[in-house]
Design a protein around this ligand. Sequence first.
Ligand code: HEM
Length: 131
Amino acid sequence: MFPVGPLLVPHESSADCTVGGYHIPHGTMLVVNAWAIQNDPGLWEDVAAGEGGDGIGLKYMPFGAGRRGCPGEGLAMRVMGLVLGSLIQCFEWERIGEEMVDMSEGTGLTMPKACPLQAKCRPRPILHCTM
Ligand code: HEM
């Protein structure tokens, strides 16, 4: 899976605590490696499909979690469904060649594709009716 923010946002522990057996002193900067969690074959039966394992819980958190989790999650999920649905409903999509889309990951704070997506799209008849 490809989390938009592979390392989420840094947080600071407000008190001494223990996480997974590790002592975390007060004032420690904490970075959650969402990419590693979402691609851990020990947590997922099929990492590529994001399937399997013991429920979703904290192993899938593209929006972070807890009190400082993303407040835009509900909006983002609704808008993404609408945008994706509109793109599929209004256009026919094709790859530009025989090869499968290259899903290699680039580097950065957000995770870009290493090779930009190129695709052909043709308006569906439904689009002519509404324009
Ligand atoms: C696909 C879309 C989005 C993704 C993947 C995303 C992801 C994230 C992540 C990972 C965090 C850090 C959470 C943490 O540290 O535990 C965050 C924080 C935040 N997000 Fe989003 N976000 C998205 C859309 C939005 C939208 C649409 C809004 C506002 C309309 C928004 C507003 C915020 C704010 C204000 C914070 C800071 C919360 C805090 O620090 O208390 N995000 N987001």
